[in-house]
Design a protein. Structure first.
Length: 319
């Protein structure tokens, strides 16, 4: 079982001079600590114009800095917005990061979530799925082919050798995460790591998210993945993003308080693979249950829970 920390660089108002500088410097210090605590992955999002929620618009820069302050932890894009980045530029940046980190990169790819992010880059929200799928088809051969051209609906790329080539061959492991059948089916066919998400179309964690985060909904998602993956299913690594994580001796009371905000029952909240609450021992048992039921072996938690969950990580090291 592998554990990662997830960074969005949230910065609530009011803001003062130097706040963003401190935010990023503190995050780099935390990443060094995560490396020492035995976390396997650092996930960094890409978002644009989302004040307070995420000040992480250049993840490749943060990950490059982290690569020079760590030794073991893997550096993961979670995700690169292929709708607002040209595939060739993504391939160049990912390969360069892979080289300077000595082959520690993983890259997740996604669509971008809102009009706020997409429209300033000239992308219409209604086109984002087709743009993303076109970019997925265009980018993968760029990592390994010395002569690649692509002529699709949204990207037209002449014959070129995209440089540099990555340290990991044929390319760093890549992931696709989603909550709907179409995205998860594509992930099952193409990706190395498939992330099971709640449906985040609203762009926030609220009552609209909960019904897609229940155990029953997760069973359904796993069925879609298994069907689409076919013979490659056993080679996939399945990941979940834990949005709510806490160590507590009274998970029942915690669930009673938290579940109404998600629009689901307390029992479904505690059993969701996006919520992890309980004592250290209970969390270990829950994670082992997730692996047994859904095959989840790749767990991403928010950076603010990193120290609190270190005993859980330590208990499951090598398991």
């Amino acid at each position: 079982m592998k554990f990662g920390i997830f960074y969005e660089h949230q910065l609530p108002r009011p803001w003062s001079d130097g706040d963003e500088h401190r935010l990023l410097k503190d995050a780099l210090d935390q990443v060094q600590l995560a490396d020492r605590l035995g976390y396997d992955y650092l996930w960094e999002v890409e978002h644009h114009f989302l004040e307070e929620y995420s000040h992480s618009s250049a993840p490749e820069v943060f990950l490059a800095a982290a690569s020079q302050r760590t030794k073991q932890i893997r550096l993961a894009h979670g995700i690169i917005q292929l709708t607002t980045n040209h595939p060739a530029r993504v391939a160049e940046r990912v390969s360069t990061l892979d080289l300077i980190s000595g082959g520690r990169v993983e890259f997740g790819i996604g669509e971008g979530s809102s009009i706020t992010e997409l429209h300033p880059f000239g992308r219409r929200f209604r086109d984002k799925r087709s743009v993303w799928e076109d970019a997925v088809r265009a980018i993968i051969p760029m990592f390994k082919s010395e002569a690649w051209e692509y002529h699709g609906e949204h990207f037209d790329f002449p014959l070129r050798n995209v440089l540099p080539k990555p340290y990991q061959k044929p390319h760093p492991p890549f992931s696709i995460a989603g909550g709907g059948r179409r995205v998860l089916s594509l992930a099952a066919r193409e990706a190395d790591i498939v992330g099971l998400n709640a449906n985040l179309y609203a762009g926030v964690i609220d009552q609209r998210v909960g019904p897609s985060a229940t155990p029953a909904a997760t069973d359904e998602k796993l069925g879609w993945i298994r069907e689409a993956a076919g013979d490659r299913f056993d080679d996939l690594e399945l990941q979940t993003r834990v949005h709510i994580a806490t160590i507590t001796d009274d998970p029942g009371s915690f669930a009673e308080l938290m579940a109404p905000a998600l629009g689901i029952s307390p029992d479904d909240a505690l059993a969701s693979p996006h919520v992890l609450a309980g004592s250290v021992g209970q969390c270990v048992e829950t994670l082992l249950m997730w692996r047994e039921r859904w095959g989840l072996s790749y767990i991403a938690i928010s950076e603010d829970a990193m120290v609190e969950f270190a005993p859980v990580v330590d208990a499951l090291a090598g398991v």
